[in-house]
Design a protein around this ligand. Structure first.
Ligand code: PGA
Length: 250
């Protein structure tokens, strides 16, 4: 049984004060929610205060990135152990914006995923093709490459508790959502690849999120697809009303 995970990726939005006010509002609005796991991923500085506010609630907290070492001379970096200590239990890894603006590759994603898992965090690993890649009809190759190389060497038990987010780059922040059919086709492909690379039991357990212009108007139809088990949401996760509607998509 895969319990849907609806995660808000706040990106570079909300000061600590704004994040705290928002977390308190969500805590009230989502009190008693069951059958779905809401997660919020604030900017680093707000992770700990938000986790403190949400402790004991149904809402999980995640960071938006991590480094692959525990400590040392790596100016500006934050380790998975530090994130775990701050009260977060999730971490987004390999978001397309990090691949695009910060030169992340499948190799760095792989190191981060392994370190995050070792620290006891649940990685949310982002994969997905650009518009040029979709138009060139290489979506499957690109997604397969992200999965095969980004997750190589992850043991089956760890893979089973890793979340994979399919986020077509052309759908992120553009208002152009993949159709439920387009998304389902790639999700089914990802699950088949997970079965081939690990095994059927792992493929059955992995939560596959869709991301890219998810909003309260399209979430239900996306979530109705057999291989879509959640959503990773940017813009529509920044307002309490709309995030509440997303979490209560049923
Ligand atoms: P969006 O962002 O919902 O604003 O398209 C999704 C994401 O980047 O995770």
């Amino acid at each position: 049984m895969r319990i849907p995970v609806i995660a808000g990726n706040w990106k570079l939005n909300k000061t600590v004060a704004e994040a705290l006010a928002f977390a308190n509002e969500l805590k009230t609005r989502l009190a008693g929610v069951t059958g779905v796991v809401p997660v919020v991923c604030p900017p680093f500085l707000a992770v700990q205060p938000v986790a403190q506010v949400l402790r004991g609630s149904a809402i999980g907290v995640g960071a938006q990135d991590c480094f692959w070492e525990t400590s040392g001379a790596f100016t500006g970096e934050v380790s998975p152990e530090m994130i775990k200590e701050s009260g977060a239990t999730y971490v987004i890894i390999g978001h397309s914006e990090r691949r695009q603006f910060f030169r992340e590759t499948n190799a760095t994603v792989n190191k981060k995923v392994k370190k995050a898992l070792a620290a006891g965090l649940t990685p949310i690993v982002c994969v997905g093709e650009t518009l040029a890649e979709r138009e060139a009809e290489v979506t499957d190759q690109v997604v397969n490459d992200h999965i095969t190389n980004g997750l190589v060497g992850v043991p089956a038990a760890d893979m089973a508790r890793t979340i994979v987010a399919y986020e077509p780059v052309w759908a992120i922040g553009t208002g152009k959502t993949a159709t439920p059919q387009q998304a389902q086709a790639v999700h089914a492909f990802i699950r088949a690849r997970l079965a081939a690379l690990w095994n059927n039991a792992v493929a059955d357990q992995v939560i596959l999120q869709y991301g890219g212009s998810v909003n309260p108007g399209n979430v239900k139809e996306l979530m109705a697809q057999p291989d879509i088990d959640g959503a990773l949401v940017g813009g529509a996760a920044l307002k309490a009303d709309s995030f509440e509607q997303l979490v209560k998509f049923k």
